[in-house]
Design a protein around this ligand. Sequence first.
Ligand code: ATP
Ligand code: LTN
Length: 332
Amino acid sequence: MENKKVIFSGMQPSGSLTLGNYLGALKNWVNLQSEYDCYYCVVDMHAITVPKEPKDLRKNTLEVLANYIAAGIDPEQVTLFIQSHVPAHAELGWILNCFSYYGELSRMTQFKDKSKKQDSNAITAGLFTYPVLMVADILLYQADLVPVGEDQRQHLELSRDIAARFNNRFSETFKIPDPFITKDGAKIMSLQDPTSKMSKSDANENSFILLKDDVDSIRRKFKRAVTDSIGIVAYNDEQQGVKNLINIHSKISGKSIEEIVTTYEGKGYAQFKDDVAEVVVNELKPIQEKVDYLLKNKDYLEKIYIAGAEKAEYAARKTLRKVQKKVGFIPR
Ligand code: ATP
Ligand code: LTN
């Protein structure tokens, strides 16, 4: 345990998880759990950066936790917890806000995208400084690696910059984290606009597959998936919609891109879309059954997140104490 490398990652309970979250991140988390000392978190404090109904937040938080376990995360092996249960995240977040620049935060593309979707009077300071809270999440645990989807690369760069800045100003304090982004299909695209990423907060329900979608919805959404008028199942940048469907198939079935393209030679999109839907349905069925079971056993979930918070708190406090001392706070 002692000399294993540390991994930290999290997902926002901003809605129900999508196939993008699963293929881009969660599946990867499962593969890493035995080799690394993993901290996997439900980042509820991030989810309130945009307006959120309290009862939805509570429901989504437990649902995301249940999804982690149902997808194969073993709570005995990893530290599984809810971000707001460990106040050190907010405390380090504040300190790091004071080591982050307005200019660098203004360049974050996720902020630009998300703020465009909000009424201009409703863009909160929290949405603007949210990447700094993410930096705090990572640095608190002295993470070596952070498994995320491609869309988070810029936030990881920020984490490295802020960690190095702090270390230079004082002395070696934080480990400089590396992003851990798998190459193939690292970004699952929207089924309605294959040039933008599949996102659980998208207003158009047909754009995403939720892990909890029923069989009929999954089949219908794939049938309606936007493709093109070329009509040949091929893997290239001119056919973004088809490319995305091939990626989804390949990531789940384990078949190579070439194998999939060969299988559909001379066949139209309809058959291909139906088959992709079946591959997804079969992958999600056991996960859905397990999630249903876990959500009926809230006591079990509670035991897991309480034990997780205790372990996380211990590690986080150690880093926070060091940081507080370095910036000049008087210990109580
Ligand atoms: P929101 O829509 O609220 O921004 P999100 O689903 O885009 O949510 P998170 O819940 O914060 O974002 O993402 C959790 C993890 O899932 C991150 O590692 C992120 O990179 C990954 N992820 C999210 N969407 C995709 C996608 N379409 N393809 C690949 N990975 C994704
Ligand atoms: N910002 C991320 C979610 C997130 C995260 C983290 C990921 C918050 N804290 C720490 C990795 C490590 C997102 O929007 N996808």
